[in-house]
Design a protein around this ligand. Structure first.
Ligand code: FAD
Ligand code: NAP
Length: 466
């Protein structure tokens, strides 16, 4: 009987799974019966973002946490598909840190070239999964959101690719209930324009805090204060920006910090991360994890340890993104078809333990980038996913982190070299700090109202010297 594969979620990870099977088909393999269920009306996951917050038109929780003026926070050269380069998609060199809409366009471009959209049922939410040990089949109940009608589908293999940056982790702080200004979680942040002239407090010390803080600075916030739990980010911040230890309590619009200092604020943004949450899975199949590079209980970060018919894609914290989801999807595909043979439960456990041990010993961000590169190396070696120079990408991550350390407002203006094509990224026409139109059109069109003469002069000088 033809293998039946169910995929939940058509974000970059689910799209990678579709693409992995398509690649096998192109190489002459028999394709399983595939069904993919996506609750939004388009694919792209986080990259398919909207102005909405809270619930969508069908009363479903809004998935995407992205916002206006979000640009890639890592070099695009670190996430490039090894079988579909940026050069191939855009027909020319583009800059290293494109805005959201440009990356959305890129990931759609690859799958639109193949005929895989037919596998996806949009506006269809996974509601519940059960597993029959006897028949080794999953029953997946889904809801067609426009009509509210539910249906059941039987699968031999199930892929969970629903992401883990959608359900906010929002801690309580004494007195925050009486804070008179706006309090929101990063998930509901849609743009910093309204923070112009305001004093903003961001709780958290990771990517969301950093970027929303600097977006606020860019849009003219009077001051930006970060409050950290474990450690400060320690960047060379602009003058109006400070880091404080954790808030102990609020007293009206005054926040008190654990070092005894305090400050008055107009708005608070909780950049306190997200929960792994899979409301459609019974507890024995649902991953419980913090946002870490190697969640426990997943062999090769992909295969559920107690039920190897279940796969998770993109479940880890991410230095690599699109190309890692590819490597995982190719691996999951080959485990499903038997092309990759799984070792025994004990051997898998030992492998997981080895990775967890390595993770526990990581000392800094550079080591973390190397760790995830090594993880990809193992995955890619097991399948026919086109290999790429992982050592070179690891170095790109380190260069990027170095740039952030020297210029937190300027690192997105730097150019990196593709390990797939060898192309050096183009200089963008407008510095990140000065760019006020983040549309695909403006990005590709070139400078006009966002004109930034310093960058233009540099680009012109570079062109003349060529
Ligand atoms: P997601 O993109 O989250 O996609 C999951 C999909 O599953 C969604 O389409 C969702 O609608 C669907 N889904 C969820 N539940 C159900 C259900 N019950 N039934 C049916 N469908 C369901 N990465 C980068 O490389 N560069 C960046 O600059 C970058 N910026 C980011 C900024 C923010 C604010 C966030 C939150 C993440 C960012 N990321 C970035 C990481 C991003 O998560 C990945 O790039 C990528 O989107 C993860 O893909 P995914 O498919 O695993 O998950
Ligand atoms: P995250 O990386 O998981 O970080 C969560 C942060 O919340 C950590 O600093 C954590 O502190 C803090 N925190 C958790 N609980 C807390 C508590 N009770 N009190 C105080 N602090 C607490 O989540 P994220 O920063 O939201 O990033 C999620 C993803 O979005 C990442 O993949 C990132 O790359 C992406 N992103 C990208 C952009 C972009 O510019 N393209 C912008 C935003 C986000 P500890 O260190 O103490 O645990």
């Amino acid at each position: 009987m033809t293998l039946r594969v169910g995929i939940i979620g058509a974000g970059p990870s689910g799209m990678a799974q579709l693409r992995a099977f398509e690649s096998a088909r192109q190489n002459g393999a028999e394709i399983p019966h595939i069904m993919c269920f996506e609750k939004q009306d388009d694919w792209g996951g986080q990259w398919n973002s909207s102005w909405r917050t809270g619930l969508d038109a069908h009363g479903e929780p809004i998935h995407s946490s992205m916002y206006r003026h979000l640009w890639s926070n890592g070099p695009k050269e670190c996430l490039e598909f090894s079988d579909y380069s940026f050069d191939e998609h855009f027909g020319r060199a583009i800059s290293s840190f494109p805005p959201r809409e440009v990356l959305f366009e890129y990931i759609k471009g690859r799958v639109e070239k193949s005929d895989v959209r037919k596998y996806v049922q949009f506006q269809t939410a996974a509601r519940w999964v059960s597993y029959n040990e006897l028949t080794q089949e999953f029953t997946l109940t889904v809801e067609d959101l426009p009509t509210g009608s539910t249906s059941e589908h039987i699968f031999d293999k199930l892929v969970v690719s629903t992401g883990h940056f959608s359900f906010p982790a929002a801690p309580e702080f004494t007195g925050i209930n009486s804070f008179p200004g706006e309090v929101l979680h990063a998930h509901d942040f849609r743009g910093a324009e309204r923070f112009a002239g305001k004093n903003i407090l961001l709780i958290g010390s990771s990517y969301s805090a950093e970027d929303i803080g600097m977006q606020s600075h860019k849009m003219g916030a009077a001051s930006v204060t970060f409050s950290y739990r474990s450690a400060p980010m320690g960047f060379d911040w602009p003058e109006n920006t400070v880091e404080r230890p954790l808030v102990t309590h609020f007293d009206a619009n005054t926040a008190h910090f654990s070092d005894g200092s305090s400050g008055d604020f107009d708005a608070v943004v909780l950049c306190t991360g997200y929960q792994h949450k899979y409301p459609f899975l019974p507890s024995d199949l649902a991953l419980k994890s913090k946002n870490v590079l190697y969640p426990a209980n997943l062999y090769k970060g992909v295969v559920w340890q107690q039920n190897t018919n279940l796969f998770y894609l993109g479940a880890q914290d991410q230095y690599y993104t699109f190309n890692m989801f590819d490597a995982q999807a190719w691996f999951a595909r080959d485990v499903m078809t038997g092309a990759v043979e799984l070792p025994s439960l004990e051997a898998r456990e030992a492998d997981i333990e080895r990775w967890l041990g390595l993770q526990a010993a990581l000392l800094d961000h550079n080591a973390e980038a190397d760790f995830q590169s090594e993880y990809l190396r193992e995955l890619i070696a097991a399948t026919d996913y086109p290999p790429f120079d992982l050592a070179a990408v690891s170095q790109l991550f380190k260069d990027w982190m170095g740039h952030k350390a020297t210029d937190i407002l300027g690192y997105r203006d730097m150019s990196h070299r593709s390990v797939v094509t060898g192309t050096l990224a183009a200089k963008h026409h407008t510095r990140w700090l000065n760019a006020m139109d983040d549309s695909l059109q403006r990005y590709l069109q070139g400078p006009s109202q966002d004109v930034d003469t310093a960058t233009l002069d540099a680009v012109t000088a570079e062109a003349i010297s060529r």
